[in-house]
Each structure stands twice: as C-alpha cells, then as structure tokens.
Design a protein. Structure first.
Length: 70
C-alpha cells in the first residue's frame, strides 16, 4: 500500500506549502528554533542515559524538583 510512499515530488510539494504558509523570511528563524530544540532534546537524553535513573524513580520531576509522595 505505502511501498513508494515518499517520492521526490511529495517532498517538493511539502516544501512549497511551507514556504507559502510561513514565507521565505521566517524560514531561517524556524530552522534555528528547531535546531535549538533538537540540541536540547539530545542533551537531555544523553544526560538521562548517563544518569541511568529516570526522573520518576529518582523522586524528581522534569525540572529536578522533588515530586510529591504517592
């Protein structure tokens, strides 16, 4: 069914729609914000792997604050 789901003209169509919706001037700003978000995500996942304990087990929430007892 989806054997050839992503062809080159699909990618071109998506790029054209994005340029029309956001405009060429805002695309670099959007790309920078996506890049920053991916860097933060990568750093956080690396920190979780190094730590070895998820936030739930350590008694802290995502911001490092102590979580409420259950």
């Amino acid at each position: 069914m989806f054997r050839n789901g992503l062809e080159p003209w699909h990618v071109l169509l998506v790029i054209a729609v994005v340029v029309l919706l956001f405009g060429a001037k805002r695309l670099p700003e959007i790309a920078r914000s996506v890049g920053r978000s991916l860097r933060i995500l990568k750093a956080e996942t690396a920190a979780l792997r190094e730590d070895g304990t998820p936030a739930e087990e350590s008694g802290e929430d995502e911001q490092g604050r102590p979580s409420a007892p259950r």
